[in-house]
Ligand binder design. Structure first.
Ligand SMILES: C[S@@+](CC[C@H](N)C(=O)[O-])C[C@H]1O[C@@H](n2cnc3c(N)ncnc32)[C@H](O)[C@@H]1O
Length: 181
């Protein structure tokens, strides 16, 4: 797929999916879209009964994400050129996923847009970001606020022996979660 910025890797998508119970029929908001990789992954999981809305602030990136979504034949994913920190149009969402520099700026709008029991999940590369984020999420009223890092190491099997691979993605991002309950 065409891509201009980094995408969320399967190891991190897997944790988000498992910890939020994402499944068929869910209504999801994803921001920023970037190239649309995360939105497409969510679109695959929620299926025909579900919907994914993906906000991207940059028009050129929104166009790439839109093209990628169309190319993959997903018609349950809608890309909007929109700043998620300004407002969220959709209501009764099951999951709001934020992959942008200041996810805390969308925390209040997210609380309003989620249905009871819904999750906010964020992906941020730096520890300093999760310190601010956790403070804001708790202040806004999110419960079960937690952050994780997923370290995923391959194992290589050779004729000489079996051991962890020398090269790996040492760090991708921290995953943080909060729940509206
Ligand atoms: C790292 S990329 C997201 C990648 C995406 N998760 C994927 O897997 O393809 C971050 C994106 O967030 C967008 N962005 C930053 N601030 C935003 C905001 N306030 N509202 C919407 N999009 C925003 C950026 O333009 C950028 O395209």
């Amino acid at each position: 797929m065409e891509r201009k910025c980094s995408i969320i890797l399967p190891k991190d998508i897997g944790i988000i999916t498992a910890l939020t119970g994402l499944g068929s029929g869910f209504r999801v908001l994803d921001a920023g879209s970037g190239s649309g990789a995360t939105a497409m992954h969510f679109g695959n999981i929620v299926g025909d009964q579900g919907e994914v809305f993906s906000y991207e602030i940059r028009e050129d990136f929104a166009e790439i994400a839109e093209r990628n979504v169309k190319g993959f034949g997903l018609d349950n994913v809608t890309v909007k050129c929109k700043d998620v920190t300004e407002s969220i149009d959709e209501k009764d969402l099951n999951l709001i996923f934020l992959d942008l520099p200041k996810p805390w700026d969308a925390a209040e709008a997210a609380m309003d847009a989620l249905k009871h029991g819904g999750y906010i999940a964020t992906y941020t590369p730096f520890i300093e970001q999760i310190q601010i984020l956790q403070r804001v999420l708790k202040k806004v009223g999110f419960k079960e606020v937690e952050s994780f890092e997923c370290i995923f190491r391959g194992i290589e099997v050779t004729n000489k022996g079996t051991r962890p691979k020398t090269r790996m993605a040492g760090h991708t991002g921290y995953l943080s979660f909060g729940r509206k309950i």
